[in-house]
Design a protein around this ligand. Structure first.
Ligand code: GLV
Ligand code: MN
Ligand code: MN
Length: 410
């Protein structure tokens, strides 16, 4: 590893640290889309892109973008990207590392003074996680031209609609279509990301190439029973929404294991929320994933059947709203070969091919161009919590590999 490569990686990690301080609830890192923290993160990324020599702008969905022209202006672009938003109480690398690595790569490409036969762009998406409005991949879906007009009425936890949040951020919902890129604008989309799983570390590898990404569904569920007195209501008269929801939560894990998918309930709220009142209403989230969409959909059907049975037996009504549906994505062979070539350049002769259970902006971009991903080892596979960590040497290798992958496409 060259001293210059390690210095670049140190800059990348210092920028991740700087971004980790841009949070709504210090010392925890929570940065949701279309918030003042999102604007501050966009400003930092904009400054770094400009310093690298790129022209920069914020698109109609609030994503920070930058562009380095190729041998002549206006050529289709290789797009490098990832996201700047986080889950609540997040780690500092999920998404963010991919953005900052991309900025480092374009800095090197610009500094080389050798223009490529395509432009190179960077997109730092403002909403991949879906933490604020429930629907996910908002920035990348706007860019891919698959924006869903029904999203405008989605509300955050404070009852602010997505449309109102756009306006508060200085964006015009009526202009959302201008964020969309045509297939002819793009040559490829490449995304670097921490693995969010333990495979690279277990194999003693720094980097891997993603073969495919799991399909996902996110569903908001409300169970409505009847509130009542905790002491005075016999079991045969109860319609306890929490006990009914709990049966479904436990069954979701069993059904996921049986079908080969993954189900997670990460949020659950109980009303009226008093020790001596039978819960009359429960709202919970359901996150379903599988390597194949058919498996994911079978899992969802099985959970729906379970809700019907539990609801009938307990006098509780389940209502569901589908908030997010992303099909499983196979990364393009051509781009996988470029990423693998990039990894081989770092000394790993046979790059590992990994499946991603986590969702990524690449899933959305697959609607408009070919996509591939470079995974970076993270300690113990830990992600979506503050203990996310990466090694300096791996980050240096990732910058080298992503730069080489772009050059391989030339
Ligand atoms: C994004 O991190 C997701 O997979 O939920
Ligand atoms: Mn991510
Ligand atoms: Mn994430």
């Amino acid at each position: 590893m060259s001293a210059a490569g390690l210095a670049d990686a140190r800059r990348v990690l210092a920028r991740c640290d700087e971004l980790a301080a841009v949070t709504a609830d210090p010392p925890r890192l929570t940065r949701l889309s279309l918030t003042p923290e999102h604007a501050r993160a966009n400003a930092l990324a904009g400054r770094w892109l400009a310093e690298a020599g790129l022209s920069t702008w914020i698109d109609a969905a609030g994503s920070r973008c930058g562009r380095l022209e190729g041998v002549r202006p206006g050529l289709p672009a290789v797009l490098l990207g990832s996201h700047l938003d986080t889950v609540p109480d997040a780690g500092r690398y999920d998404g963010i590392l991919g953005v900052v690595v991309a900025i480092e790569v374009v800095r090197r490409l610009a500094a080389s003074g050798r223009p490529l036969p395509f432009a190179v762009e960077v997109a730092a998406f403002g909403d991949e996680e879906g933490t604020r409005f429930g629907a996910a991949l908002l920035g990348s879906r706007a860019l891919a031209g698959t924006w869903d007009e029904t999203w405008w009425e989605l509300c955050d936890g404070d009852g602010v609609t997505l449309a109102a949040a756009f306006e508060a951020f200085g964006l015009d919902p009526a202009r959302i279509a201008t964020a969309a890129r045509a297939p002819g604008d793009l040559v490829a989309y490449l995304e670097a990301h921490i693995e969010q799983g333990p495979s690279l570390e277990a194999a003693g590898r720094a980097l891997g190439v993603v073969g495919s990404i799991a399909g996902a569904l996110r569903i908001a569920v409300t169970a409505t029973g009847r509130a009542g007195h905790a002491g005075g209501t016999a079991y045969e008269h109860r319609r306890d929404a929490l006990v009914a929801a709990s049966e479904v939560v436990v069954a979701a894990e069993r059904l996921a294991r049986e079908t080969g998918g993954i189900a997670t309930v990460g949020r659950l709220s109980v009303w009226p929320g008093a020790v001596n009142v039978i819960p009359g209403r429960v709202a919970f989230s359901l996150d379903l994933r599988a390597a194949a969409d058919a498996v994911r959909d079978r899992l969802w059907s099985a959970i729906e059947a379970c809700m019907a049975e539990v609801g009938e037996r307990r006098g509780v009504t389940f209502a569901t709203t589908l908030l997010h549906a992303a099909p499983a994505v196979h990364c393009s062979d051509r781009l996988r070969a470029a990423v693998a070539a990039g990894i081989r350049g770092t000394g790993d002769a046979e790059p590992m091919v990994l499946f991603s259970g986590a969702g990524h902006d690449a899933m959305a971009l697959a609607a408009v161009t070919e996509v591939a991903m470079l995974f970076i080892r993270c300690h113990d596979g830990i992600s979506h919590q503050p203990a996310e960590s990466v090694r300096l040497e791996d980050v240096a290798a990732a910058v080298d590999a992503l730069e080489a992958a772009v050059l391989a496409l030339a």
